[in-house]
Design a protein around this ligand. Structure first.
Ligand SMILES: [Zn+2]
Length: 264
């Protein structure tokens, strides 16, 4: 297998996998979706809420905020040395106190330690009017999306197989004629291939092929080469998310190998 980073940004990555199989790329996608840990607000203590929203709605909104997660410093609460009581190794605490006209934003949550300050600080939680008040305390803990969607730190990880579009050279004028009927700039002829300007538009192109019953243009998929895309919600950097997912997969495969060895 060959791996090439096409693009890596703090919250987004495009990775190219070559000489591999769909099941491998899919296991990476599924692990990212369900097993990758991140912090999310799990407990909310509301001391005063005279805002227009019910306590439950505010708690729900808080739970979906991206909380910056440093996995090297944290452990799961039920595996922690505190035995689930909650300590700085497994729990991050924030307080919020706001009164009077204005919007309460994610950045109004004050962390117990500066390192945990919320970076996505302009996410609105509720609008306060007149002398309305919101005073609360929250606890964020590590979790996995397979237990609750609020712990899903990766948005829509996906992959697509590489493909090429060929055409029958004896039908060049028919091909040109067909292309002229398509939205401008969708596809162009380059040598003996057709090239999509935007590769994500392949389903659109294929729907035209089907509608016009075109049999002289063929789309060939390459089942060994893939482009993998994912975005994080900001809790984890794209780089950390990828490394952590690889580590989780490695642990799963070594556990599987260990269990196999024990079979008699
Ligand atoms: Zn603890």
């Amino acid at each position: 297998m060959k791996l090439r980073v096409e693009e890596i940004k703090p919250k987004k990555a495009v990775i190219k996998f070559e000489e591999t199989q769909p099941y491998f790329v899919n296991s990476l996608r599924r692990t990212m979706l369900s097993d990758l840990p991140k912090l999310a607000i799990d407990d909310v203590i509301i001391y005063d809420n005279t805002s227009p929203l019910f306590d439950e709605i505010i708690a729900h909104r808080l739970s979906l905020l991206p909380i910056p997660t440093d996995l090297s410093l944290l452990s799961y609460r039920d595996e922690c040395v505190c035995k689930g009581k909650g300590c700085p190794n497994c729990t991050v605490r924030y307080t919020l106190s706001k009164e009077g006209e204005g919007t309460v934003y994610s950045g109004d949550l004050q962390p117990s330690e500066k390192t945990w300050a919320i970076t996505e600080d302009k996410i609105p939680i509720v609008r306060l009017y007149g002398d309305q008040r919101l005073i609360l305390e929250v606890e964020a803990v590590l979790g996995k999306a397979k237990d609750h969607a609020k712990w899903q730190g990766i948005q829509a990880p996906s992959y697509k197989m590489d493909f090429s579009i060929g055409f029958d050279k004896s039908k060049l004028s028919d091909t040109k004629d067909f292309i002229s009927k398509l939205p401008e700039g969708l596809v162009e002829i380059k040598g003996d291939k057709l090239v999509l300007k935007d590769e994500t538009k392949l389903p659109v192109f294929e729907s035209y092929l089907e509608r016009e019953k075109i049999d002289f243009i063929t789309v060939k998929r390459d089942t060994n080469n893939f482009t993998f895309y994912f975005e994080t919600d900001g809790s984890l950097s794209a780089k950390d998310a990828l490394y952590e997912t690889a580590k989780i997969l490695e642990d799963k495969y070594s556990e599987f190998a260990k269990q196999l060895k024990n079979l008699k």
